[in-house]
Design a protein around this ligand. Structure first.
Ligand code: CU
Length: 165
């Protein structure tokens, strides 16, 4: 482990601008280097991340993250990995009625959306380098099978926050 890094939270002013709207990332035109047999030509995924937020965790060490990945392209994609410079562990979880389990990845349908929301799938964020407070921003780096990595500045919101409210 490296020492305490402030990078994830220090850029709050810039991050606030970035999170004001959706973050658009084209899938880069060609297929990722070194891959073969991906989606068919002309059927790329086109991803945007909207409404990311983290309800202020009740404890010190564990929080859930929610967001929506929209895909306006004709190709499917898959969220395969999430990391953060401000937390030691981010995993992808599926909630059931009584428990939650880690999953390897989540599909992003063509011309559709992957929604991480309360009661369903979420990101489980552990090992914060700084105790989170409302108004903080945590960078999450979302890696997709075809579209590469999209960095999102995710605001910490009050525990009862709902997007659009
Ligand atoms: Cu969880």
């Amino acid at each position: 482990m490296s020492g305490f890094r402030r990078a994830a939270l220090a850029g709050a002013a810039l991050a606030a601008v970035l999170t004001a709207g959706a973050i658009a990332v084209a899938s880069g035109g060609g297929s990722p280097a070194g891959t073969a047999g991906g989606t068919a030509a002309g059927a790329d995924a086109r991803l945007t991340v909207a409404d990311p937020y983290i309800p202020l965790p009740a404890g010190d060490s564990m929080a859930a993250g929610y967001l929506t990945v929209r895909n306006t392209g004709g190709g499917t994609d898959k969220l395969v990995r999430v990391t953060s410079p401000g937390a030691s562990s981010v995993t992808i979880h599926q909630s059931t009625e009584t428990t939650m389990t880690e999953v390897d990845g989540l599909p992003v349908p063509a011309n559709g959306a992957l929604q991480l929301a309360r009661g369903g799938t979420h990101l489980m964020i552990m090992g914060w380098e700084k105790k989170p407070a409302v108004g903080d921003q945590l960078e999450l780096d979302l890696t997709f099978e075809h579209s590469g990595t999209i960095a999102v500045q995710v605001p910490v919101k009050p525990l009862t926050y709902r997007p659009g409210s």
